[in-house]
Design a protein around this ligand. Structure first.
Ligand SMILES: Cc1cc2nc3c(=O)[nH]c(=O)nc-3n(C[C@H](O)[C@H](O)[C@H](O)COP(=O)(O)OP(=O)(O)OC[C@H]3O[C@@H](n4cnc5c(N)ncnc54)[C@H](O)[C@@H]3O)c2cc1C
Length: 408
């Protein structure tokens, strides 16, 4: 029996890749759904419903005969007994694929952990949507001009793809849509800041595209600040390491990820970002029947760490599944080699940067490529259709469908 922990990009692909293998596959996850994390920021900015970017695991794999699913939290792995401890008791395995992903890295900033808004799962995205819309409602009730401006100041931290996409989508939500809902709002009271600790946005991109992204953000009235590290946030004020104070009620934290906490319980050597170094074959050192893939694993390509992105997890899943089949047949295992497919980031309507298939594109062509790639990758015809319909509606009518405050 092959047990897979995590129904994210890696775990789901591993389960599918084993569909013809002579094994029983059991997939475990604490959630009953697979989530397409790259579009989470669109849920956070009222563009999409959560169920358009997520799908129940049982529905995705119900046609696979050797497959079963259990909704459990895995708390420990007993490598010697080949057994997992879970919220529903122990589960034994012959082969194990660990694909439990990552979590938000607050870099030890307790204030940000308490008052900031991470973006990693569905509840995070819904909370950001509720919070942003609530800030507007409260601002409308606030007679004091300074306090009103603080409610309408939105700080996005992290100049990687998630921060850039989030800032761009937030600006469009406010300047194209909310401005119509709040006709008495003075748009000059609204500020969006994108803070980046280094001197670069989208560090993995070529310089030309980084500069194009920076120009587009400025055109969308986003104040981009470089060498700006957050030291603390108390819910009303952001303090930078430079000592500067920014009055703001919103900090959206897109500054980092680290491996999920299960890694720390495994008793294995843990490296940078809590990731565990794996053998070239993706096996866990000392445990040849255990494979570790995706964000929770650490592997290198030409001496550089592989990024925590979906293509790495998917490609690792395929190699891990093949190696399990090879091990069953007594064949030598293959080493993992990453095929880099490039990077894409969108900054709102008609604006994106793409470094893919040897092409460097910006503006409208990159945006079209971004749309096509994301629609293809979304799971399920229904989700593809509804996301496309939503995007078309927003594009032509300057609307966002999901402007509900569902709880406070
Ligand atoms: C907001 C955001 C935007 C992103 N945008 C992009 C992008 O544009 N392009 C890109 O390539 N990558 C992007 N990424 C990164 C990408 O989503 C990850 O690299 C990818 O999901 C990693 O896949 P994985 O299988 O390792 O983990 P995940 O996909 O995170 O899956 C891990 C699964 O394990 C489950 N799990 C964890 N611990 C346990 C436990 N103890 N017990 C039971 N279940 C558990 C979780 O519930 C989850 O379902 C983005 C990530 C975020 C958060």
């Amino acid at each position: 029996m092959v047990v897979i922990v995590g129904a994210g990009f890696g775990g789901l692909r591993a389960a599918r890749a084993l569909r013809r293998a002579p094994v029983q596959v059991v997939l475990l996850d604490r959630n009953n759904y697979h989530l397409f994390q790259p579009l989470l920021y669109q849920v956070a900015t009222a563009g999409l419903e959560p169920d358009q970017i997520a799908k129940p695991v049982r529905a995705i794999l119900r046609g696979q005969k050797n497959f079963d699913f259990r909704m459990v939290e895995v708390t420990r792995v007993d490598f010697n007994d080949r057994r997992l401890q879970t919220s529903a008791g122990p589960i034994a395995y012959d082969f194990l694929v660990l694909a439990h992903g990552g979590e938000t890295n607050f870099f030890g900033l307790d204030g940000v952990r308490t008052h900031g808004l991470p973006l990693k799962d569905v509840p995070d995205a819904v909370e950001i949507r509720n919070h942003v819309l609530t800030c507007f409602e409260h601002a409308m009730l606030e007679p004091d001009a300074e306090r009103r401006r603080a409610r309408l100041t939105f700080v996005v931290v992290g100049g990687g793809p998630t921060g850039v996409e989030m800032a761009g989508a937030l600006s469009e939500l406010i300047r194209l849509v909310l401005v119509k809902d709040y006709p008495r709002l003075n748009i000059k009271d609204v500020r969006i800041l994108l803070l980046e600790a280094t001197d670069k946005l989208l560090a993995a991109m070529p310089e030309r595209l980084r500069e194009a992204a920076g120009r587009t953000l400025w055109r969308k009235w986003i104040e981009v600040r470089f060498s700006a590290s957050v030291a603390d946030f108390d819910g009303e004020r952001v303090r930078l390491k430079s000592g500067e104070i920014i009055p703001a009620h919103t900090v959206i934290w897109a500054a980092g990820v680290k491996a999920a906490p299960l890694n720390a319980t495994l008793g294995l050597t843990v490296g940078r970002q809590g990731r565990i170094p794996v053998e070239p074959t993706l096996q866990v050192p000392g445990h040849p029947e255990v494979y570790l893939i995706g964000d929770a694993s650490y592997a290198e390509d030409n001496g550089a760490p592989l990024p925590m992105v979906a293509p790495v997890a998917i490609q690792m899943a395929e190699v891990a599944a093949q190696n399990i089949v090879r091990a069953l047949r007594g064949q030598p295992l293959q080493a993992f080699r990453y095929r880099d497919q490039g990077t894409l980031a969108t900054i709102g309507r008609n604006a994106a940067v793409a470094d893919v298939f040897g092409l460097q594109l910006s503006g409208f062509p990159a945006w079209v490529m971004w749309l096509v790639v994301h629609i293809i990758q979304l799971i399920g015809f229904r989700n593809k259709l509804f996301v496309l319909l939503n995007w078309a509606w927003d594009y032509f009518f300057y609307e966002r469908a999901v402007r509900l405050i569902t709880r406070e």
